[in-house]
Design a protein around this ligand. Structure first.
Ligand code: G6P
Length: 366
């Protein structure tokens, strides 16, 4: 059945604005944290595992990279994240005590499915998927699952599927922390309450759209862009760069900010806008010095600053301040302006936003 587009111009725009609804639907049945949110027998499996191996492609791979930070920090379990198409073709060392997690909007991506089957062939039995399609092959072939409720996603560039995956992966983090005893019940419940507030926090971020549109007006004239982030916001920088590439055809690269001096700084000129994801965390001071290095070379900064930072707009530094500080969940908030930036830049360039050239929504052949 056709999905109604009105009053939006594109599905991608509609899907960006649907995120508060998609997130609250994804969390609606979660009254308390329990391994059983992931299916029968999850508690026993979570007890047995000693590590995670996350496999995915594209945007889903980036949600896996964020999850690594969360799971290692809160559940204290080592996590490896690998691109599905790489994993399936190398001689990895199987660990039957690893939980294999496949993340996929469609549940049908050929490389991710093949990676799952490859892992099972190597003797992995603990498998879990975070997936947006309950009837998909991936859900059928995994022992455990969490179904996100983003609803049908039509725009080729994934938006609401990504943020709902992150919500599902945060639940997984908390369920693992509970099983392993790394957090007490009260702390776990506090984290769940924070997650429950995410839909309204995203709603507040969407209200920043007019400011993002003014950034996009400069981006339509650019040929390249650099995205910087640190820690769990490095994957958000990667996702921002991917969105821009996919739909506006502007060459974009993301780097962990600390790597700037090891290469990309050579590219910085006044023709290279630098987008900085700058939450108020332990690495903020280091990020500020990275920003000065960019300014010193004439680079123009576009900073997504946390509510509590004192970074201000200045010549060559454009700041959009996030409405509130959100700690560990801030990747879910920071990605939203980057989705809007890609969308409005593409709109300005007149590209086919929902069906970018050469790309498919679901890649079911290799
Ligand atoms: C394609 C889509 C991307 C998506 C990727 C993985 O490349 O264009 O938006 O992230 O496949 O898809 P999946 O359904 O497995 O999440």
């Amino acid at each position: 059945a056709a999905v109604e587009l009105e009053p939006y111009q594109h599905y991608m725009q509609k899907e960006i604005f649907e995120q508060p609804r998609a997130l609250s639907d994804t969390l609606t049945d979660v009254l308390a944290i329990s391994p059983e949110l992931f299916g029968d027998g999850a508690w026993r499996r979570f007890q047995e595992i000693d590590s995670l191996l996350i496999l995915a492609c594209g945007t889903s791979y980036y949600s896996g990279l964020v999850a690594k930070y969360w799971i290692e920090a809160l559940a204290r379990i080592p996590v490896q994240v690998e691109i599905a198409s790489e994993y399936r073709y190398r001689e990895s060392v199987p660990n039957p005590k690893a939980l294999v997690v496949v993340i996929s909007q469609s549940g049908e991506t050929a490389d991710t499915l093949a990676a799952l089957r490859h892992a099972k062939g190597l003797g992995h039995t603990h498998t879990l998927t975070v997936c947006n399609v309950a009837t998909s092959t991936m859900v059928r072939e995994c022992a455990l699952s969490y179904i996100t409720r983003a609803g049908v996603e039509i725009g080729v560039a994934s938006t609401k599927a990504f943020t709902t995956q992150l919500a599902g992966l945060y639940l997984l983090t908390l369920a693992l922390a509970q099983t392993k005893g790394s957090l007490d019940d009260e702390t776990i419940n506090d984290h769940l309450q924070q997650l429950r507030h995410i839909p309204s926090a995203v709603q507040a971020v969407l209200a920043l759209e007019p400011q993002v549109i003014s950034w996009a007006q400069s981006f339509t004239r650019m040929e390249n862009a650099l995205f910087l982030g640190r820690g769990m916001h490095y994957p958000i920088a990667l996702e921002g760069a991917l969105k821009l590439k996919e739909i506006s055809y502007i060459h974009a690269e993301a780097y962990p900010a600390g790597e700037l001096k090891h290469g990309p700084l050579a590219l910085v000129t006044s023709a290279m806008p630098v987008v900085v994801v700058a939450p108020n965390d332990a690495l903020l001071e280091k990020l500020k010095s990275n920003m000065q290095e960019v300014r010193a070379r004439g680079g123009v900064l576009y900073v997504l600053a946390d509510a509590e930072t004192n970074i201000t707009s200045d010549t060559g530094t454009h700041v959009i301040r996030m409405p509130e500080h959100y700690g560990l969940l801030s990747p879910i908030l920071h990605v939203v302006p980057l989705q809007l930036l890609a969308y409005h830049t593409a709109l300005g360039k007149g590209t086919d936003v929902d069906k970018p050239r050469n790309l498919a929504k679901s890649v079911t052949v290799e």
